[in-house]
Write a protein that binds this ligand. Structure first.
Ligand code: NOJ
Length: 739
């Protein structure tokens, strides 16, 4: 897929920027740095219809301000006619006619709602992820969105944090691959709308390290962790061509991200030489005041601009105070010029000066297409993760068993959509019961809600137990509604919400085989449910075709291929639990021993260290065997690559896809190193009985880490290497990197 790059300087664009800048007044410059939302989200009233589309109220005066050249960008207007109206005000009303750039939160699809990004990442399929981003860009550009506030590429190791739903999970390597894939998709060169779209990877940076998993909370991480864990996905996104980013809400070691010279200026500009545009997150410049580092809005404006935030989203700090700050000599005119240059650069590169208006007919003619819905189905199928399948209960044979579906989520369209689906429509979604019915020629399954949505605090045990008693197999659909994850939706308890576990207990007591389908926006804490389930499928919130995908997997029309990209804890008290943890000076022995087995170790008194399900884990309808791990040369030079091969055999009776994962451990470093780090993976499809030799060449440069001097380096010495099905297993070998 060819895509545009917005991360390089084009001499023609630079000349146009310079010429225009030379004609701008200070007020016109400040206008370019001011981003407003002309439509404010109105939270639904208590008791409102859950499936009603979100409502937005117009903010008065915005069109006039655009015509006065006081606004450079608007966002979250998903209507071509409204976009054109504002654009006309900018192009024909304002003195210089500089077009607006129109932003939009398109996180997992636009009208074609795809699985939440956490789910999509479980496909480990970068090409698929890129295609979903491309469809999203195509649809969003039809209503005039030029600039997509995605991908969300915050590494997240705390499932209490509701925004774990929006990213690719806990791992730096996979997160970087997914970040780049989404940028490529969003910035695909040849959108049929004739328009271009720029990506805005966010949130810069370390927002996912929110203390206690509470949204907007502090990230008190070391600079080494910042550089080694949280920055690399951004580097990958920029290298893939991203020309903008969004500065985050959190503070890092006491410095708020939207006033952080280290990250915004030193890293982005001086170290990476990146010429892109930094937009603040929503009011994060103003929030320097409650953070307690700015006295007032003027001080916030000064800190924001001088540390490297080019465009101010919503807080009006720049539009209110920049002029005075420049006149008082507290902000250099050159700093304002540089920020404006970055805005204009993106506008020119997007072709907005030539093509500011969007074709309104496209929006009027919009229909969900067969192709995009087929992609939504494929994405949903590949996102889901099979965690348990005792006795090979799955796949089912249609019509062979009497099925009952229990759980209101099985009939919820809204909850299939997921947390960031402002532009998706519940009415377009297929439910799980509809999906199952389509396989059963109208002959069932019967359905019992079991609990009432939202909240799941009302349950009907009798009806559920009665229905289960006359069934051969129960499909129990439980989990989170879509409004329990996403921004400002952190949870302290990660079990099944409401009274769902009571319902599960009652149904499990019937002794019927239970296929548990978990819809969720995050890893949950479900050790009891895992025991009760005969089969356990994580369906996430997987978009418009979630229900069909669940049915296809349960009936074996498709086989599960998803693998977890974030660990599932045994208990909230283990959080953060992630595979790439440090060894400590007193590592737990064996498989996560407790103090009762071995004293004075880094363990809990009451629980193993290991998660319930590790990173990388997922089953399918066959089994794989790993043999013959070989490293071509056990000693490699600093410029070489570690060449590894392994034989993978499908030992079952069905075809299947294995995600072969390669991990390393640097045994002795100048700083402590994670016990394992993913360095490569391959998706391998094998027919029943087939064996394939899977090869990897890991460049030695990929073994680098950040030292005390904050610089990346590869340190010579001994490494361990594993190739296997997840972060907790695999064949093991060793190699040495020489200096
Ligand atoms: C706040 C969110 O943190 C960010 O992800 C989003 O893009 C902006 N609001 C704009 O809606």
């Amino acid at each position: 897929m060819h895509s545009h790059a917005y991360n390089t300087l084009d001499p023609v664009v630079e000349a146009r920027v310079a010429e225009l800048l030379g004609r701008m007044t200070l007020d016109e410059k400040i206008g370019q740095l001011n981003q407003v939302s002309p439509m404010m989200y109105v939270p639904p009233a208590p008791g409102a219809d859950r499936e009603a589309p979100p409502t937005f109220a117009p903010v008065p005066g915005v069109e006039e301000q655009v015509a006065a050249g006081a606004i450079g960008s608007i966002f979250n207007v998903a209507d071509a006619a409204v976009v054109n109206r504002f654009q006309r005000a900018a192009v024909t009303g304002a003195r210089l006619g500089i077009p607006l750039i129109v932003g939009g939160d398109v996180i997992h699809g636009f009208r074609t709602t795809f699985p939440i990004p956490l789910a999509l990442s479980c496909s480990w399929n970068a090409e698929l992820v890129a295609q979903t981003a491309r469809v999203a860009a195509e649809e969003a550009s039809a209503v005039g969105i030029d600039w997509i506030f995605a991908p969300m590429i915050d590494i997240a190791r705390d499932p209490r944090w509701g925004r774990i739903a929006e990213g690719a999970g806990e791992d730096v390597c996979l997160g970087s691959v997914m970040a780049a894939a989404q940028v490529r998709g969003f910035q695909a060169a040849d959108l049929g709308t004739g328009r271009r779209v720029a990506a805005c990877p966010k949130h810069f940076v370390a927002y996912g390290a929110a203390e206690a998993g509470r949204d907007y909370s502090a990230a008190d991480i070391s600079e080494v962790t910042l550089r080694e864990i949280y920055l690399p996905p951004f580097k990958a996104a920029f290298d893939a061509g991203a020309g903008s980013t969004m500065s985050a809400f959190n503070d890092i070691g006491g410095v708020p991200a939207s006033g952080n010279r280290l990250t915004l200026t030193q890293v982005l500009r001086e170290e990476w030489g990146w010429p892109g545009l930094v937009v603040s997150d929503y009011e994060s410049v103003r929030e320097l005041i409650p953070h307690g580092v700015a006295e007032d809005l003027k001080d916030a404006a000064r800190q924001g601009l001088t540390t490297g935030v080019d465009m101010d989203m919503v807080s009006r700090a720049y539009s209110t105070h920049l002029r005075a700050l420049v006149e008082e000599g507290r902000v250099a005119p050159a700093a304002v010029d540089e920020a404006v240059r970055r805005v204009l650069r993106l506008k020119f590169a997007l072709g907005l000066f030539e093509n500011p208006y969007v074709d309104e007919d496209r929006q009027a003619a919009f229909q969900l297409t067969e192709t995009s819905l087929a992609l939504a189905l494929q994405a949903a199928r590949e996102s889901m993760v099979l965690l348990k399948n005792d006795g090979g209960l799955l796949p089912l044979t249609p019509g062979a068993q009497r099925l009952v579906v229990i759980g209101a989520l099985a009939e919820s369209r809204l909850d299939a959509l997921g947390c960031w689906a402002f532009f998706g429509r519940a009415e377009d979604a297929v439910t799980i019961t509809e999906g199952l019915r389509a396989h059963l020629d109208g002959a069932g399954p019967s359905f019992v809600p079991g609990y009432a949505l939202p909240g799941s605090t009302t349950i009907d045990l009798d009806a559920a137990v009665a229905a289960a008693s006359v069934a051969d197999v129960v499909v129990l659909v439980v989990g989170e509604t879509q409004d329990l994850s996403g921004e400002a939706h952190s949870r302290a308890f990660l079990g099944l919400p409401g009274r769902q576990q009571e319902l599960v207990d009652a149904v499990a007591a019937t002794g019927k085989p239970l296929i548990v389908v978990v819809m969720t926006g995050r890893p949950l804490v479900i050790p009891r449910l895992e025991q009760q389930a005969t089969a356990l499928l994580v369906a996430w919130h997987s978009g418009l075709r979630a229900g069909q995908a669940v049915a296809d997997l349960l009936f074996g029309v498709a086989s599960p291929v998803g693998r977890l990209t974030a660990s599932w804890p045994r208990a909230e008290g283990q959080i953060p639990v992630y595979y790439a943890h440090k060894s400590t000076g007193r590592p737990a022995g064996g498989d996560g021993t407790t103090q009762f087995v071995e004293h004075f170790r880094s363990t809990y008194l009451d629980l193993p260290n290991t998660p319930l399900f590790p990173f990388g884990y997922g089953l399918t309808y066959t089994a794989f065997d790993y043999t013959d791990l070989k490293i071509a040369a056990e000693v490699v030079g600093p410029d070489g690559a570690v060449s590894v091969s392994v034989r993978v055999t499908n030992t079952g009776a069905r075809a299947g896809l294995e995600v072969v994962q390669l991990y390393v451990r640097d045994l002795v470093g100048s700083l402590t190193r994670p016990v394992r780090e993913l360095k490569a993976f391959a998706r391998v499809e094998l027919a029943a009985g087939e064996t394939r030799v899977v090869s990897f060449a890991v460049p030695v440069s990929d073994l680098a880490f950040v030292g005390v001097d904050q610089k990346w380096r590869v340190e010579p010495g001994a490494f361990r290497l594993w190739v296997g099905p997840d972060a907790a297993h695999g064949l093991e070998a060793g190699f040495v990197v020489r200096s």
